[in-house]
Design a protein around this ligand. Structure first.
Ligand code: PLP
Length: 422
């Protein structure tokens, strides 16, 4: 059993939908990112069926996987987008995305990015500091726009996730402290070039329980009531992204559980007229992808056995960055028993941190194909060319069809724009 029903073994061979992964490796080489369109659709539908006619906008947190093919599927299905840079805005526009469904997040927006977003007509800027508010007001005024604004508040709740992906605590750099938010909203009201439209938070990622969201929601509701008393009425409430996925045996909350509980709470406070915005990233794409890699060498040792593969931390940095656990499946598994060795799966990069999985019992031979599962989110999008390694190709499987959605980079392309001194 793999963590995704769209990556399954049939006749002893791991498939993406109806395509055997050994065929993909033979045609396109390794390492190789393989995505399942059906898995994307299933994840999207899990949000759609949870909405049940309520006013909810799903803005895909596109930094998880910003390939144009992925964006274009979500766009066709009606998604908005949560962007964190001018570059991401350009990607949304490149696939014909509707800017009025785009929210712009991030602590360090630059003036050019604000200009581009104002020109495109984004739904809202999620402003994260007073200094950013002032700059946005100035940029909007200079360019003759009125900027729609939400404040991203930091509700100081523990998302119970890895410290590097927890963002809603006082010690994190994100958002405006909730106690300070009223004053910043009032300041926003003094600028003719700003229009206050909402309230936003994003408390972390790979969240598996609903309680951190509800803790944050209670605090936001108090703020919404205080704002209303001061005559500041909001149109939408954005609870960010963060719903976790199953990497191994997690049982993450579902979109349905979250949306039902949020609306029940809003209704209890007479606030269910607000539009709810969610910014899911990982939960829409994480289990729609696998990273296919081939074993190069087996290196047995006294302390550890290493399986050296052709993918590395430049292709998937999550294990070394967050000590993240990814399931590793043999594409053509052999029988295992008590004597089957335990391997650390490592890449060729010159760093001890270059590992993809540790202590996995696998019956391996050189040249075997392995699939590192749950590599649809924060895999390619966090990849680099460290060690002058061309980034791997990305493939989207749709039933029996195979689409190359980004070809493998060539070595020459990595340095063709570099110049030596005259
Ligand atoms: C990264 C991010 C998201 C998406 O988070 P996931 O955990 O992948 O759902 C949403 N909103 C903001 C502001 C983010 O930074």
């Amino acid at each position: 059993m793999t963590v995704s029903s769209h990556f399954t073994h049939k006749n002893g061979l791991l498939h993406a939908e109806n395509v055997p992964l050994d065929t993909l490796a033979a045609h396109h080489g390794t390492p190789l990112y393989v995505y399942s369109r059906a898995a994307l659709k299933e994840a999207w539908d899990s949000y759609q069926s949870a909405i049940k006619g309520r006013n909810v906008l799903i803005c895909y947190g596109m930094k998880a996987n910003s390939n144009l093919a992925v964006l274009n599927e979500f766009r066709q299905w009606g998604a908005g987008f949560d962007i964190v840079s001018g570059g991401e805005l350009a990607r949304v526009l490149a696939v014909g995305g509707d800017a009025s469904k785009v929210v712009f997040s991030g602590v360090g927006k630059q003036a050019w990015e604000m200009q581009a977003a104002l020109k495109a007509g984004v739904k809202c800027f999620n402003v994260e500091s007073e200094a950013e508010l002032d700059r946005l007001a100035q940029v909007a005024q200079e360019t003759g726009h009125i900027a729609p604004v939400s404040l991203r508040v930091n509700p100081d709740v523990d998302a119970k996730t890895h410290p590097y992906i927890s963002t809603g605590l006082k010690e994190n750099k994100f958002g405006i402290a909730i106690e300070a938010a009223l004053a910043v909203y009032e300041r926003a009201g003094t600028y003719p070039s700003l229009r206050v439209v909402g309230l936003d938070c994003h408390i972390g990622s790979q969240i598996t329980e609903v309680s951190p969201y509800l803790d944050a929601l209670e605090k936001l509701i108090q703020l919404i009531k205080t704002l209303a008393q001061r005559g500041i009425n909001l149109h939408h409430l954005d609870l960010g992204g963060g719903i976790g996925i199953r990497y191994t045996n997690e049982q993450p909350l579902s979109p349905g559980e979250l949306i039902d509980k949020v609306f029940a709470t809003l209704q209890a406070h007479g606030l269910d007229h607000l539009q709810l915005v969610l910014e899911p990233g990982r939960s829409l794409v994480g289990n729609a992808g696998a990273l296919l890699t081939r074993v190069q060498y087996l290196k047995p040792g006294d302390a550890r056995n290493f399986a050296i593969v052709d993918a590395a931390m430049n292709d998937l940095i999550r294990p070394t960055l967050y000590e993240a656990w990814h399931d590793v499946e043999a594409v053509s598994p052999r029988e295992t028993g008590p004597d089957t060795p335990v391997y650390d799966i490592v890449g060729p990069i010159c760093e001890s941190g270059d590992w993809l999985a540790r202590q996995r019992q696998l019956n391996l031979q050189p040249h075997d194909l392995l699939a590192i599962m749950s590599a649809g989110a924060y895999a390619f999008s966090m990849s680099s060319q460290y060690n002058t390694r061309p980034r791997a190709a990305e493939i989207m499987v749709d039933g029996q069809q195979v689409h190359v959605v980004r070809p493998r980079e060539t070595v020459e392309s990595l340095f063709e724009s570099e110049r030596i001194l005259p």
